[in-house]
Design a protein around this ligand. Structure first.
Ligand code: BLA
Length: 320
């Protein structure tokens, strides 16, 4: 197995103790995402025994090509979590990134937890979501059961934060397939007050997810497990191909290493949890020569405002 670190200077940025030390970027802005990761690990450990993932060997911390920006990675598993992983980036220019996700084991019919934060000196782009195969554009009716099971009691939480962290405007239309009624999608110029709101949203969403995890029982029905597996694989396939963060990662560490981080670490499972390909799941991206259309969106951006009502009912226009 190739190691991506041979080309980079290893740094001691990955210890939990180190995470609490003020870094350059933190000293600059006071708005680091490291405390989010620290909270997530501590809180999750209260609910399940986290075991370091074998990915930690190859993916821990590294310096980017610029010699200054640090990428820090953590990964764990547990009896009910297939993979909890985080990537945080602190750029010397004030750029801050967090990509945090928890992928349950397919034996548990649980949503994926995801928090994605991308911050520059002038803008924060924020997505916090709890995703289950809830496809508002195609399948509201048959997925009503998921909504009852996972989102109904979380709707008040979603509404609270929809007000504090308002809808961020038009987004890649295809992404909506992966968004739940309680998603937080927001954009704002850096602000200490908003950063605090975001932190409490992250705490509340993660705690809610951990409660769902506590309640989930292990599935024995093989066909249900296969459905969970495919739903997770479809999500990984989408993000491994079209996530908006790829370009930034390529700029930071170069094409080859970015690809390795994306396919083996961030969206680990994309190459082994299922055999379907990207165009099997998303045939509209198939170009005439059979390759994947490089566009991020075939439809373009839409949904100027939040497309769910206060009960979590999808009210956007169907676009297919
Ligand atoms: C922008 N990131 C966005 C946007 C969304 C997301 C919705 C708004 C623009 C758009 O609609 O594409 C996030 N989209 C998601 C997520 C899912 C999805 C989480 O479909 C899940 C299914 N973002 C990151 C990381 C980086 C990053 C790790 O999560 C950088 C390393 C960067 N996100 C980033 C950048 C933009 C962005 C640069 C603006 C680019 C653009 O608008 O096209």
């Amino acid at each position: 197995r190739s190691t991506i670190f041979s080309m980079f200077t290893r740094t001691k940025c990955c210890s939990i103790a180190g995470m609490m030390k003020p870094s350059m970027a933190e000293a600059n802005s006071g708005l680091s995402y490291k405390k989010f990761v620290h909270f997530a690990l501590e809180e999750t450990k209260k609910h399940t025994q986290l075991i370091p993932s074998s990915l930690q060997e190859n993916f821990n911390c590294l310096k980017a090509i610029d010699g200054k920006t640090e990428l820090e990675m953590h990964s764990f598993g547990s009896s009910n979590i297939r993979l909890l992983r985080s990537l945080s980036v602190e750029g010397s220019d004030g750029m801050q990134v967090l990509d945090f996700a928890i992928f349950p084991r397919p034996e548990f019919d649980l949503p994926i937890f995801c928090a994605n934060f991308f911050t520059t000196a002038v803008m924060n782009i924020i997505v916090v979501n709890v995703f289950r195969d809830l496809n508002p554009l195609h399948d509201v009716i048959s997925r009503q059961d998921y909504k009852e099971k996972y989102y109904k009691h979380l709707i008040p939480l979603g509404l609270k934060y929809a007000e504090l962290l308002p809808w961020g405007g038009r987004i890649t239309t295809e992404s909506m397939k992966f968004f739940s009624p309680i998603i937080i999608w927001t954009k704002f110029p850096p602000s200490e007050q908003k950063h605090h709101v975001l932190y409490s949203a992250f705490e509340d969403y993660l705690k809610s997810w951990l409660e769902l995890m506590d309640q989930a029982s292990m599935e024995t029905d093989v066909s249900q497990i296969m459905l969970n597996l495919e739903s997770q694989h479809r999500y990984l396939t989408w993000r491994a191909e079209k996530d908006p963060g790829h370009q930034v990662l390529r700029r930071l560490v170069g094409e080859t290493h970015a690809k390795e981080i994306i396919r083996s670490f961030l969206f680990n499972g994309v190459d082994d949890l299922g055999s379907k390909t990207f165009v099997d799941y998303f045939p509209e991206y198939k170009s005439e020569d059979g390759t994947i259309n490089q566009k991020r969106s075939m439809i373009g951006k839409s949904f100027e405002s939040r497309p769910w009502d206060a009960t979590g009912e999808f009210i956007g226009n169907s676009i297919t």
